[in-house]
Design a protein around this ligand. Structure first.
Ligand SMILES: [Zn+2]
Ligand SMILES: [Zn+2]
Length: 178
């Protein structure tokens, strides 16, 4: 019996193909039974035809044999199937993020070297690199002055706030002692 004949026979007689093969070709039946391992003749025949012994796609452990038409289950356990599906899921997330990049990123021209660069839309990045940023900042003396100025004002405000807190504390203490 060749593979084609066997497959046809199984297809036409899904419930009784074992008996039919046994009756039609006892020698073949015995050979399959001896050479392959499995709980049932159907499983052994499946291994003979598809040279598939049922190995978990994740860990390589033996998987459950369902039937000749369905074959083996893909994974040995729920755990293994979950590991693979969840890693597939995170791959999809990464892929989606990549496709959605244009939503969050835009291509800008560096003000210093004129090269295109990608930047988050939410960031007001003007240069492609730290090096260019340095050149850009140093070419804008007013800007540096401004930064210094705001920093200075901020510092003074912080000092004032601290003083205010201190006097408040002092007053509190006084009112407590009184
Ligand atoms: Zn497994
Ligand atoms: Zn640049």
């Amino acid at each position: 019996m060749n593979n084609e004949e066997i497959l046809k026979l199984v297809n036409n007689n899904p419930d009784s193909y074992v008996q039919i093969i046994k009756a039609r070709d006892k020698k073949f039946y015995n050979t399959i039974n001896d050479r392959y391992t499995g709980d049932k003749f159907g499983e052994k025949l499946y291994q003979y035809i598809y040279s598939n012994t049922g190995q978990c796609k994740n860990c390589g452990n033996k998987t459950k044999f369902k039937s000749f038409t369905t074959g083996y289950t893909e994974y040995c356990s729920k755990k293994c199937s979950n590991i693979v599906t969840s890693s597939k899921r995170s791959e999809t997330v990464i892929e989606n993020n990549r496709n959605n990049r244009h939503v969050h990123y835009e291509t800008k021209k560096c003000l210093v070297c004129q090269n295109d660069f990608e930047s988050l839309k939410s960031r007001k990045q003007k240069c492609c690199s730290a090096k260019c940023s340095g050149i850009y900042v140093s070419s804008q003396p007013n800007r540096i002055e401004k930064i210094k100025e705001t920093k200075f004002i901020r510092n003074i405000k912080a000092i004032k706030d601290k003083r205010k807190d201190l006097t408040l504390l002092k007053n509190k203490k006084i009112s407590l002692t009184i």
